[in-house]
Design a protein around this ligand. Structure first.
Ligand code: ADE
Length: 249
């Protein structure tokens, strides 16, 4: 199977290399599940000072990413004739979420991520990209962490990237609910006991308990997710039980 490919345009290539050279990302690269190529925007400057940013026209604080080096980098990459989705990371973009991660993972395509700086990028860069993405409503110093967040969230969905693929399929957000509570040994930790049902060996009871606790947690913490989740008959019955239980607390 062809590897999914991520390309990152950044002025801090070492940040991208560092994260993608450890743990799951490292293994996924070694196994050929994903390829990550990092390009230093500074390599595409043509002036003696290799300047990648400049003062904003009209005045104001901060520096703006210049359009020329980014565009030259894009032109250089496009010379290989490959189709690539060009994505600019910016707080002004569409908010990235699990369903977009799934869409990208399914596409198994080639995605180019352009990490801007927080003060901004020259507006004309926007006309060379296909999509603008934000990872949430907060402002970071640059697009490197957002690029890594997207690479990480997509890579772990690719077949072969994570040891036990069940752990990806069954978890939170993929099912539309928050995760149920998990326990490992010991059965009694400082007086806090593992729920009896989990020690019972009764798989049907365990399944139902987990579903109910996932619903309970989502109802309490993220009712917004519950409204969007696909619920069946059993879920609605469990939710009714939960609401009745909670009245007595
Ligand atoms: N650059 C700075 N903050 C960002 C964010 N929240 N998402 C994407 N890119 C950014």
């Amino acid at each position: 199977m062809a590897a999914m490919v991520f390309e990152v345009l950044t002025i801090f290539p070492a940040l991208i290399e560092a994260y993608t050279s450890e743990s799951i990302m490292r293994r996924a690269r070694e196994k050929g599940v994903v390829e990550v190529f990092v390009y230093d925007i500074r390599e595409f400057t043509t002036d003696r000072h290799r300047q990648v940013d400049d003062y904003p026209y009209g005045g104001g604080a901060g520096m703006i990413l210049k359009p020329d080096p980014v565009c030259r980098a894009l032109e250089h990459l496009d010379r290989d004739g490959e189709e690539r989705l060009k994505v600019l990371l910016t707080p002004a973009g569409r908010v990235f979420d699990q369903s977009l991660a799934e869409e990208y993972a399914r596409s198994r395509g080639r995605i180019l991520l352009i990490a801007g700086r927080y003060e901004g990028v020259d507006e004309r860069i926007r006309s060379f990209v296909d999509e603008e993405l934000s990872i949430g409503d907060y402002v970071l110093t640059g697009g490197e962490l957002p690029a890594l967040v997207i690479i990480d969230a997509v890579t772990r969905l690719l077949p072969g990237a994570v040891g036990d693929s069940r752990s990806v399929r069954e978890e939170s957000f993929t099912t539309g609910l928050l995760d149920y509570p998990q326990y490992t040994r010991p059965p009694d930790f400082r007086g806090m006991k593992v729920p009896e049902v989990l020690l019972s060996g009764n798989h049907e009871l365990i399944r139902r308990w987990r579903r109910k606790e996932a619903l309970r947690r989502t109802l309490r913490r993220r009712p917004d997710l519950l409204r969007k989740a696909r619920l069946d008959e059993e879920d609605r019955r469990l939710l009714k039980e939960i609401k009745e239980e909670e009245q007595w607390r």
